[in-house]
Design a protein around this ligand. Structure first.
Ligand SMILES: *[C@@H]1O[C@H](CO)[C@@H](O)[C@H](O)[C@H]1NC(C)=O
Ligand SMILES: *[C@@H]1O[C@H](CO)[C@@H](O)[C@H](O)[C@H]1NC(C)=O
Ligand SMILES: *[C@@H]1O[C@H](CO)[C@@H](O)[C@H](O)[C@H]1NC(C)=O
Length: 359
């Protein structure tokens, strides 16, 4: 019995796929099939007054396609002996109310893509759920708070919409799935200027597909309401050696607190990249036009041509000017990218910051 059913399903899905010219949608997820045979009421079909629209069709698949095109259609009754299809605005309940005995050749099918409607998703004609930005899964049921949700749903590296909070807009982030990373800064050249205003650092700049700063507000949202397990800063030298610093329990205050830096502990600092942020824990963020540093009349942001959490200026400047010298030797100028604890004198080829769930 069950093998008959699944064979039927296969035939049906094949027909549907042909009719709909099914194409995989990278945002939505394919469903197992949009309709199922109504099997709970043996020998019965949905009563005709629930299926008022009649169309002539040659196949079950075309009947299904008619139903999908029609607003409010929840299923159909197919009569193979007459070549008829009746589109239903209501399907039979599991208790078999509103059903009537089936004529020879009549079979009822019901739409099972109701699941798409979770979180405001819609069924699409191509056989996928169309989910609002920041939701995913077969039925839009998963709120994608960061890249981990997309990774668990089996998506490859790429840029995805995330919605850390239901009360705020979704936004796009780059996800590096093989390392479980939600990227918040990427720098591979000096093309993108990081000498930027407060508004730019708050809202983000660059292109998430390439070099960019995700924006303090979005970074803050990612670390709410719980601190994010881990902030990682990675320097890669031109000889491909890389160095990472990890900060566990990372969070930022909101804009009224000038996005002050918080974390529980600096840990797993892979030698020789030492701790820099320990000295600026609790410090607000500064830019050339929003000076919140401890440097009296001076501006650390202007000196270092960057935006960062400064105390009396800084021991590291990941948002400074990328000089990328072939010999990896830093010039020692204050505007350059540097990380003094452990990497003094070395200038990186690449600087990345990301959030991840690390121990
Ligand atoms: C990524 O996360 C998965 C669990 O979601 C885990 O099994 C895997 O080991 C993690 N990979 C890395 C590189 O952290
Ligand atoms: C940094 O940007 C500000 C505002 O555009 C500008 O006044 C300043 O000269 C810039 N600094 C450098 C060194 O380019
Ligand atoms: C790359 O350069 C650094 C700094 O000179 C050095 O410590 C490291 O061993 C080098 N890595 C490789 C793979 O040669």
């Amino acid at each position: 019995m069950s093998s008959t059913f699944s064979a039927l399903q296969v035939v049906f899905i094949t027909a549907l796929v042909t009719v709909l010219e099914f194409s995989a949608n990278t945002k939505g997820q394919t469903t197992e099939g949009l309709f199922r045979r109504q099997v709970n009421c043996v020998g019965e079909v949905v009563s005709r007054n629930q299926c008022p629209v009649q169309v002539q069709t040659t196949t079950v698949g075309k009947c299904a396609a008619w139903c999908l095109q029609r607003d409010g259609c929840l299923g159909f009754v197919r009569d193979s002996s007459q070549g008829e299809c009746h589109l239903c605005v209501a399907t039979a309940r599991p208790d078999c109310t509103n059903t009537q005995p089936a004529s020879p050749g009549e079979k009822a099918y019901e739409l099972i893509q109701i699941a798409c409607m979770t979180n405001g998703g819609t069924s699409s004609f191509s056989g996928t759920c169309k989910c609002p930005s920041g939701f995913g899964g077969n039925g839009c049921q998963i709120q994608m708070k960061d890249c981990d949700g997309w990774q668990e749903a089996g998506y490859p590296n790429g840029v995805y919409w995330v919605r850390p909070s239901l009360n705020t807009e979704a936004f796009r982030v780059r996800c590096s799935m093989e390392w479980n990373r939600t990227v918040i800064m990427s720098r591979t050249s000096n093309t993108l200027d990081f000498n930027r205003s407060w508004v730019d650092y708050r809202d983000g700049f660059g292109d998430v597909e390439g070099d960019h700063w995700l924006g303090l507000e979005n970074i803050r949202l990612l670390s709410q309401p719980q601190p994010y397990p881990c902030l990682v800063i990675q320097f890669t030298l031109s000889n491909f050696s890389f160095y990472i610093a990890r900060y566990l329990g990372f969070g930022l205050s909101d804009e009224t607190g000038n996005y002050a830096l918080d974390f529980h502990e600096s840990k797993c600092l892979s030698p020789p990249m030492g701790d820099c942020l320990g000295s600026v824990k609790g410090k607000p963020f500064s830019t050339y036009d929003a000076d919140h540093d401890d440097d009296g009349g001076g501006s650390c942001a202007a000196l270092h041509q960057s935006g960062w959490w400064f105390g009396g200026c800084t021991m590291c400047n990941p948002t400074g000017v990328m000089t990328q010298p072939a010999d990896m030797q830093a010039s020692g100028n204050p505007e350059e990218v540097f990380w003094k604890p452990g990497l003094d004198g070395l200038s990186p080829q690449k600087v990345e910051m990301f959030l991840k769930d690390c121990q």
